[in-house]
Design a protein around this ligand. Structure first.
Ligand code: DGJ
Length: 723
């Protein structure tokens, strides 16, 4: 059993070959955090923190002044009893008091892992679980800390369950998922920040005293801050050193905080953002928080990424798509925007077919009167002027040409100029007598309502049961504001933001369970909701609305900290690029897109015959090596944000592809050796272009000489096969 309870030591030890995580029971009352790091054979409290009386620290027992929660290294915060650091929970009772003192009660260890009610979670066979129950005797409340250990990865997941056994209501003002106290503060904080069309930029800085946090209050996980943070030892690099990473399986408002206190300890806390949350917990009711992923690696950031990639591919992402090859696609958006006719699309689809592309995705503009982004969201009926016979007959025509068909939806939204808004003015979030703010000319449907959820489920079911749609792009293009309705009682209005996400998950769960073979692509103006919560339902994500190849080395590179290439949509688009005006070569655009889920997003019929020939070759090349590109092991070798180049390696047992990208040309062109680091040292590899043979160890350690380039934004693909 990889989780053991040592009765004598009063410790729980979660342990596999990659990680140990140790929790102590202190005097049968509070839980201490004792260790998180490289695996230990066994543990005997060697590093037990010395409990000492500290000034200004409240204690519960005057005979035992050293036992004060405010100065201990804890596994969970306490509430109102003198632990002044950031809290993982806060409970108000009907008397308006904020003191809830949970004590250790019991534990359970079992094989497997339970689902979290209404929320996406890690699932799989090779998991062992621990539940530690804490009890608040006076108020008859229970808090269960749930831990799950993956057998083969340096990963533990955590979440919290609150139960109310009393006859009274209580209010969860804060219900966090994970809290852990580190004994020191010598760490760098790493997180991913960004904006629309510029997602996932890593920022790393040494922890400072006080609180540093990333969060979202936008109703979605957001482009601005990813629900991820890691603590790194200062010496940690991409290739070596310790990483303690935290990622949240949730798509709504979140907070991740690291607090360095007066004694130089560091508290890490993660959960739903309490500013836009409260939950009325009635007698006999239970509340489960979303799940937190805790990832430990002593092999640097690439080691951390390997843990995340394996976890999300095999324990989170839809099972049907786990090992299924993804089709090469053409998306109509940048090639047409809203301006197209059925005839034009049919002509384009013929060119698409000739290029060897397999899936034709019709993006925005096919429904209602949707000729711009000013109307029709919610009116999910074919645009009559564009599709005289309707969208399903059109989809069938595409299928008959031998192409799969994909369709765009933005189900969570409603245009003020729509039939749906006229018929159901109360279905959008709104505050009584207040202006409903718009963004991209739209409002947000209130998915906390089951009637709205059911409407969307029925609508999607109608389209998918036609059998003519093999792919859905699920978009979401604005954040929440004026979150309110007239249904929830005033004291429960703060539940709406979370209930909205639960409603979204119910829709996704229902539809993806009914139609598992349909490939769903998650999107929120690109990566605005590219989080593990959404990835539990959708096998891939449109990575960014910025389709410029060179920019994608930053964006895909940033997201590669967390997700493997097969989860990231990457399309070749036209030049000059529509977002940046940059004109990278076709080779550069294709090479960078190979390291994602490959596709095109332009009108192919506007290409020159030479370009079209190249497109055919590129599609065929990707298809030939699809298994490697989509399911190989990915490593970052060089990062655009750290120098003048980017290099990525993807490999399997037989072969490897390496992307080298030169950002800007330089006049002095220093020699540049690209060290592949992760090839099999003892193997011999043949360069498929030059037929030269090198050992893995020389490629890894001495490195490939990458030509000093005299042009900006040049790429080269190296293809090595084991001999
Ligand atoms: C935002 C998406 O990110 C784009 O790819 C495109 O689908 C547009 N929405 C359509 O409105």
């Amino acid at each position: 059993m990889p989780i053991i309870f040592n009765k004598k030591q009063q410790v729980f030890h979660l342990k596999n070959e990659k990680v140990s995580y140790i929790i102590g029971i202190e005097k049968n009352r509070y839980l201490s955090h004792l260790y998180f790091g490289a695996p230990l054979t066994s543990y005997h409290r060697v590093n037990q923190a010395y409990l000492v009386e500290r000034s200004f620290a409240p204690y519960f027992d005057p005979q035992d002044k050293n036992y004060a929660t405010g100065t201990m290294l804890l596994e969970n915060s306490t509430n109102g009893g003198g632990d002044y650091r950031v809290a993982n929970y806060q409970i108000r009772n009907e008397a308006g008091q904020n003191f809830a003192d949970f004590h250790y009660d019991s534990y359970k260890i079992y094989d497997g892992k339970k689902k979290i009610e209404g929320l996406p979670s890690i699932q799989g066979d090779k998991i062992t679980s621990l539940e530690i129950t804490l009890v608040e005797k006076n108020q008859q409340l229970e808090m269960i800390l749930v831990y799950n250990l993956m057998e083969d990865l340096g990963v533990i997941t955590r979440h919290t369950i609150f139960k109310n056994y009393s006859q009274n209501k209580v209010y969860l003002e804060n219900a966090g998922s994970c809290l852990i106290d580190f004994p020191d503060s010598q760490y760098d904080f790493l997180h991913l920040y960004g904006s629309h069309a510029s997602e996932a930029h890593p920022e790393r800085f040494p922890l400072h005293r006080g609180i540093q946090e990333v969060n979202s209050l936008r109703g979605a996980s957001s482009h601005q801050h990813h629900p991820f943070a890691a603590l790194l030892k200062p010496e940690t690099t991409e290739f070596s050193g310790e990483v303690f990473a935290f990622h949240f399986i949730y798509s709504g408002n979140f907070i991740i905080q690291a607090e360095v206190d007066q004694y130089e300890t560091t508290r890490l806390q993660m959960g739903i953002h309490p500013d836009t949350f409260e939950w009325q917990l009635n007698p006999e009711e239970t509340f489960e928080t979303p799940e937190a992923v805790l990832n430990y690696s002593n092999e640097g950031l690439n080691g951390m990424s390997q843990n995340f990639h394996q976890l999300y591919l095999h324990y989170l992402s839809p099972k049907f798509w786990e090992n299924k090859r993804r089709p090469v696609l053409l998306n109509t958006w940048e090639g047409n925007y809203f301006n197209f006719t059925e005839e034009e699309l049919l002509q384009q689809s013929q060119v698409v077919k000739k290029a060897g592309i397999e899936l034709f995705v019709l993006d925005d503009g096919w429904f209602g009167k949707r000729d711009s982004d000013h109307s029709s969201l919610g009116d999910w009926k074919s645009h009559k002027k564009k599709f005289s016979e309707g969208i399903i007959p059109f989809a069938k025509k595409i299928n008959e040409e031998g192409l799969k068909f994909g369709l765009w939806f933005e189900p969570e939204m409603i245009s003020p100029e729509s039939e749906l808004a006229k018929n159901h003015p109360d279905w959008a979030f709104h505050l009584k007598n207040e202006t409903q703010y718009q963004s991209r000319n739209q409002w947000v449907l209130d998915l906390s309502r089951t009637d709205v959820q059911d409407y969307l489920i029925e609508m999607l079911r109608y389209y998918l049961s036609s059998g003519a749609i093999q792919y859905i792009k699920w978009d979401m293009n604005r954040h929440l504001s004026q979150v309110g309705n007239e249904i929830m009682p005033p004291l429960q209005q703060k539940e709406l933001a979370h209930r909205h996400i639960l409603g979204l998950y119910r829709i996704l769960d229902t539809i993806t369970t009914e139609f598992p073979e349909v490939l769903f692509e998650n999107c929120s103006g690109g990566g605005g909701r590219f989080d593990p919560g959404m990835m539990a339902y959708m096998a891939q994500n449109w990575t960014s609305d910025n389709s410029d190849g060179p920019s994608r080395t930053f964006i895909q590179g940033g997201y590669s900290y967390l997700y493997p290439p097969v989860m990231m949509g990457a399309h070749v688009s036209a030049v000059p690029n529509h977002q940046l005006g940059r004109s990278a070569s076709l080779a550069t655009r294709s090479h960078i897109a190979f390291f994602g889920n490959f596709g095109y997003e332009l009108d192919l019929s506007k290409l020159t015959p030479e370009e079209m020939e190249q497109v055919k070759k590129d599609v065929a090349f990707y298809q030939k090596h699809r298994e490697l590109f989509q399911f190989g092991t990915f490593h970052r070798l060089e990062n655009s944000w750290q120098g003048n180049s980017c290099a990525w390696l993807i490999q399997n047992e037989k072969e490897a592809m390496i992307l080298y990208f030169n950002l800007l040309a330089s006049p002095h062109r220093p020699l540049h050796y690209l060290k592949t680091k992760y090839l099999f040292n003892d193997a011999l590899y043949e360069n498929q272009e030059t037929k030269e043979v090198f050992s893995g160890s020389e490629l890894n350690q001495a490195g490939l000489l990458v030509s000093p380039y005299s042009q900006d934004f040049v790429t080269k693909i190296f293809h090595f096969k084991k001999v």
